[in-house]
Design a protein around this ligand. Structure first.
Ligand SMILES: [Fe+2]
Length: 380
């Protein structure tokens, strides 16, 4: 048994108005020192970055972060960070903006390239302060020790895992989630559900993470359809923000599994959205894992709103897979990778990367090369 470690940001701000609170925290910590705000073009277009840019903070701006951030983006942002001699970073967005910020935090105090830090605990020096504002109820990048950066030369995703990249302050302010489109809400919401379920059945699960994972599953199953149907529904957005936040706390300590390990190559090779890849793979991998965690999958079913009172654990665990499939369908997730132009040859070429992914070790039962291949074929 490995030792359980609970690690998360020192300060976590959640709820409407949390961004204003963050501005006060940064102002107290840094005064008018130069900071760098890192976001994607959508945040500018929606006007969400204005709250920060029009504040008393002295901020330079990099607003060209792309989905599935890559080594080229990291080089561009680092050049900007150096040019402004920034003293701290604000990552503002979903996983892409925050993961890019984590990479810059590393390179602010450590010699690159970023590929050098792929794997667990490879970061030597703690970089400059990092404040992370999450805008999607999904990745939980604002609380985790992970950053995923695609290598533009090899098309492999570098998965950097280090306590030294956990943001100093996390922010979940639902006011910047109200404008997220329905398809992104759905994909990022199922990503969060995947974090909750994978951490719950992981080999690294703990009594504490079990408790919060189940609550996260309950919140997401109940409120994701509402948030997808009406993005302006403040209650649904707030509950989704809570669900994804606590799922992040859970998986950051308990780990993930083969859903994430198999999803990463889809992003690295085909630039597919992380949440969609997870959503397609989640029921398929859960079906494989179910016999190794029957009791836990039975509890997943109940948390997802299935009436399991007259069911055996075996029956209820099967009902959990049905509930995941039904939720995917309800929120408009594609039925398989085939709909996204992925071929059999593509998925066959992803198997080795999936097995080598750092998330693979958390799966409740190890998979063989052939088993991963079969599950990928099922996902088409
Ligand atoms: Fe994820």
């Amino acid at each position: 048994m490995s030792v359980f470690k609970l690690a998360f940001p020192k300060i976590n701000l959640a709820g409407f108005g949390a961004i204003e609170e963050l501005i006060s925290v940064i102002s107290a910590n840094h005064g008018d020192a130069q900071g760098l705000l890192i976001c994607d073009p959508a945040m500018m277009k929606l006007g969400f970055a204005n709250k920060l840019l029009e504040s008393k903070l002295n901020l330079a701006l990099f607003d060209q972060v792309k989905p599935n951030p890559d080594t080229n983006t990291v080089k561009e942002v680092l050049a900007c960070f150096d040019a402004y001699q920034a003293q701290y970073l604000i990552g503002f967005g979903g996983g892409s903006a925050i993961d890019t910020s984590k990479a810059i935090r590393i390179l602010s105090k450590n010699e690159g390239p970023i590929a050098r830090f792929n794997g667990v605990d490879k970061v030597e020096q703690l970089g400059c302060p990092l404040y992370a504002i999450n805008t999607t109820a999904g990745t939980a990048a604002e609380v985790t020790s992970n950053a995923v950066i695609t290598d533009t030369e090899t098309h492999v995703k570098h998965v950097i895992i280090s306590d030294k990249i956990i943001p100093d302050v996390s922010v979940n302010d639902p006011s910047v989630m109200l404008g997220i489109p329905a398809d992104v809400t759905a994909a990022t919401g199922i990503d969060a559900l995947t974090h909750a379920i994978e951490s719950y059945v992981s080999v690294g699960a703990h009594a504490l993470t079990d408790y919060i994972s189940l609550e996260s599953i309950r919140l997401i199953a109940k409120y994701l359809p509402q948030a997808v149907d009406n993005g302006k529904d403040e209650l649904a957005r707030e509950k989704m923000a809570q669900g994804q936040f606590i799922a992040g706390l859970s998986f950051n300590s308990a780990g993930l599994g083969m859903v994430h390990a198999m999803a990463h190559p889809g992003g690295a090779h085909k630039d597919l959205p992380h949440g969609v890849c997870n959503a397609i793979l989640l029921p398929i991998v859960c079906e494989f894992n179910r016999p190794y965690r029957v009791e836990k999958f039975a509890k997943v079913a109940a948390a997802m709103g299935v009436d399991t009172s007259a069911m055996s654990d075996e029956q209820a665990s099967v009902a959990a897979i049905d509930a995941i499939n039904a939720l995917n369908k309800r929120v408009g997730i594609p039925a398989g990778f085939g709909e996204l132009g992925v071929t059999e040859a593509d998925v066959r070429s992803w198997v080795d990367d999936a097995l080598a992914d750092p998330c693979a070790g958390g799966n409740p039962h190890p998979m063989t090369h052939d088993q991963v291949t079969q599950l990928y074929l099922k996902s088409l």
